[in-house]
Design a protein around this ligand. Structure first.
Ligand code: GAL
Length: 673
């Protein structure tokens, strides 16, 4: 991964990126001078420009007007503020959609979406692709050597509003994609199980996208369409990134939405990450989620996985309320600081926001910004300025990596997509919820977790959690088997390893892919009623799911004590080679998960930090020589953390223990023992 941190300061000293989306075109040029003056006050050193500027940059087809953008970039350059320059392909202008209405996306029920918002295009549209490439070429030619520009921002949040598209053009592209994948139609028929319901195809050109039909559409068709749709957008990204790279050596990125409220669903981020010079992510808190800080931590851990463990860019978050949730709750004093430093604690080398100046018009006028409607005499502005100073105080950490993660959580995109298909045992089983349950149990104990794919090298971990990885390839199952065989500990939950990559059941007892690992054979699922809990003989109660099965080689740690499968194993432990595999056949309560995780960590000799309070988050970054401990207290009581060193935020030395006030943060350069 490339880095931009040494280009953010005048003297080349590495700095955290601090700033956000800057949309000067929404303001009269007389405001721009004040913008840069205030950016300097706050310590802003990086802004993203041009993301939604297509309509102004290209007023009619092939006619470009860059004058205002030249002025903005020159002004930023004079002020020493660096630019993440967009290629502006995210929002085709009205003239484009008007002229090429066939480029507008179509929903599964055949409705062609209108324009007037953003991202109004079909990823397979040749007109869109041609126009985006032409615009990107002009921008690359004009600004490749502009001294303010340090990186390229392709598009914006791919797939956020326009995916998947079910139009005829997408349908034809889907047929070509399928032909490349399967080569012959019989292979497709086999993979899609088309003997069912008379779905046999004789030619690729008979196939359509999985449009709305009378009832459930073929699930493998839906799964392949999800894969195709992600690939189709990736083609768009790659074409535009290639143009930028041909004109300039600067790093190219596009902003991901890792785990964001399901908006990330259309994209296989693992596949995309290989095409980024720098991984970047947007994260917005769900204001009404009482543990939204843990959801933030999980999202950041996932993005760090996409960045192969190295630093990444937090491209957007919010200083306070957003505009698009049912109730847009403002952040409380100190929350902005905690959120930003939390991302940094988990590997971000930049804390950028949407957006610099709060808009006065348009759909996002109630969205918070670094500079609020109220101006500089405001709580948000004061907190922004303080955060700018904090980032300078901890600048020595830039470029270091999060260290000490002894636990990995497996998250395969195909498993996620397949787990969300129709006609499953219960709508209450959710891969994301189950992932969050296990991440949260580890989070409460202060244990840092990485995210990995099942086929990744897992050898550096002591414990690997497999939460509801419903679809499992042979390669993934082999990888986990050898991890366990070599002495690792694995936790596998219900609804894991149920199907192969074609969404075909693995026969002979569940969980088919993992039977030899779990040593527990499940013969029938017994999903629970909505809200029902069944008692277990240990670890509290189970929710969502229960199962009828029996141990083959495993030892039963807990049985279902009540409910339809009373007496059947709920939690088992199996020895596999030199390792241990736990199987959990239900969704535990947070308390039950904590109890089990604590036992597993102890049995696996994985250290747990010394701290008081569940909501005190502990992580470390290291540059190989020095380590820094981040302690962030989201709880309502002060907390005590065991650490020796100097808190960079206050300059105070700590010996042995440090008290982190409720809502407070400490970033301690640790004393080398
Ligand atoms: C992001 C998007 C930004 C802005 C922001 C508002 O998803 O990239 O352009 O819309 O949300 O929260």
């Amino acid at each position: 991964m490339l880095s931009i941190s040494s280009r953010l300061s005048a003297d080349g000293t590495a700095a955290f990126g601090f700033g956000g989306d800057y949309n000067p075109e929404q303001w009269h040029p007389s405001v721009w001078q004040e913008d840069v003056a205030l950016m300097k006050v706050a310590g802003v050193n990086l802004v993203s420009v041009g993301i939604f500027s297509w309509a102004l940059l290209e007023p009619s087809e092939g006619r470009y007007e860059f004058g205002w953008l030249d002025d903005v970039l020159d002004l930023l350059q004079e002020s020493g503020i660096r630019v993440d320059l967009a290629n502006a392909s995210a929002s085709p202008p009205p003239w484009f959609s008007h002229r090429y209405p066939q480029s507008l996306p179509v929903t599964a029920n055949g409705v062609r979406l209108g324009y007037g918002s953003r991202q109004a295009f079909c990823a397979s549209s040749p007109e869109y692709r041609r126009a985006a490439a032409a615009l990107t070429t002009e921008i690359a030619k004009r600004y490749a050597s502009h001294p303010a520009v340090v990186m390229w921002h392709v598009h914006n949040e791919y797939g956020c509003h326009n995916q998947p598209c079910y139009c005829e053009v997408s349908g034809a592209a889907f047929q070509r994609w399928l032909e490349r994948k399967y080569d012959d139609i019989d292979a497709l028929n086999e993979a899609w199980g088309t003997a069912f319901w008379s779905q046999h195809y004789y030619r690729f050109d008979e196939i359509t996208p999985p449009r709305q039909s009378g009832t459930f559409v073929n699930p493998t068709q839906v799964l392949d369409f999800a894969r195709f749709s992600s690939d189709e957008l990736l083609d768009c990204y790659r074409a535009e990134a290639d143009i930028l790279r041909a004109h300039s050596p600067l790093p190219v990125t596009t902003n991901f939405m890792g785990f964001s409220m399901g908006l990330d669903k259309p994209i296989d981020y693992w596949a995309w990450a290989d095409h980024m010079d720098l991984v970047s992510n947007d994260h917005y808190l769900v204001a009404e989620d009482p543990r939204n800080f843990q959801e933030l931590a999980m999202g950041a851990d996932f993005v760090r996985g996409l960045a192969s463990g190295g630093p990444w860019v937090l491209m957007e978050h919010s200083t306070s309320a957003v505009n698009w949730q049912p109730r847009n709750i403002a952040k409380r004093p100190g929350e902005l600081r905690r959120n930003s430093l939390q991302h940094i604690a988990r590997g971000a080398d930049a804390a950028l926001f949407f957006q610099w100046r709060a808009a006065k018009a348009g759909s996002e006028k109630f969205h918070s910004a670094l500079l609020p409607h109220a101006g500089t005499d405001s709580r948000v502005w004061r907190e922004v300025v303080e955060l700018g100073a904090d980032l300078v105080a901890i600048a020595e950490i830039v470029g270091s990596r999060v260290c000490g993660a002894a636990v990995a959580i497996i998250h395969d995109t195909d498993a996620r997509w397949a787990s969300e298909l129709d006609s499953h045992p219960t709508i209450d089983a959710s891969l994301l919820n189950e992932t969050r349950l296990w991440h949260d149990a580890l989070y409460r104990l202060g244990v840092t977790t990485d995210f990995r794919r099942s086929t990744d090298d897992l050898s550096s971990y002591g414990l690997v959690v497999v939460p509801m990885q419903y679809l499992m390839t042979d390669a993934g199952a082999d990888s986990l088997r050898s991890f366990a065989g070599n002495g690792g500990t694995v936790v596998i939950t219900y609804q894991s390893g149920i199907v192969d990559e074609d969404d075909h059941i693995r026969l002979g007892g569940y969980p088919g892919a993992f039977l030899s690992l779990t040593g527990t054979r499940i013969e029938e699922f017994y999903p629970l009623h909505e809200g029902e809990e069944v008692e277990l003989t240990r670890y509290g109660s189970g929710r969502v799911f229960s199962e009828l099965g029996r141990p083959l080689t495993s030892e039963v740690l807990a049985e279902f004590a009540g409910g339809p499968t009373a007496g059947s194993p709920a939690i088992t432990r199996n020895r596999v080679g030199m390792g241990t595999v736990y199987y959990v056949g239900t969704s535990l309560t947070p308390a039950g998960a904590r109890e089990l995780v604590t036992e597993i960590l102890t049995a696996s000799s994985i250290p747990v930090p010394q701290k008081s309070g569940d909501d005190v988050e502990i992580t470390r970054r290291s540059d190989g020589t020095r380590t820094w401990l981040f302690a962030i207290n989201h709880g309502s009581a002060d907390a005590v953390v065991t650490v020796d060193g100097v808190d960079l935020l206050t300059g105070a030395a700590t010996e042995g223990t440090l008290t982190v006030a409720s809502g407070g943060v400490a970033v301690v350069r640790e004393t080398v023992a």
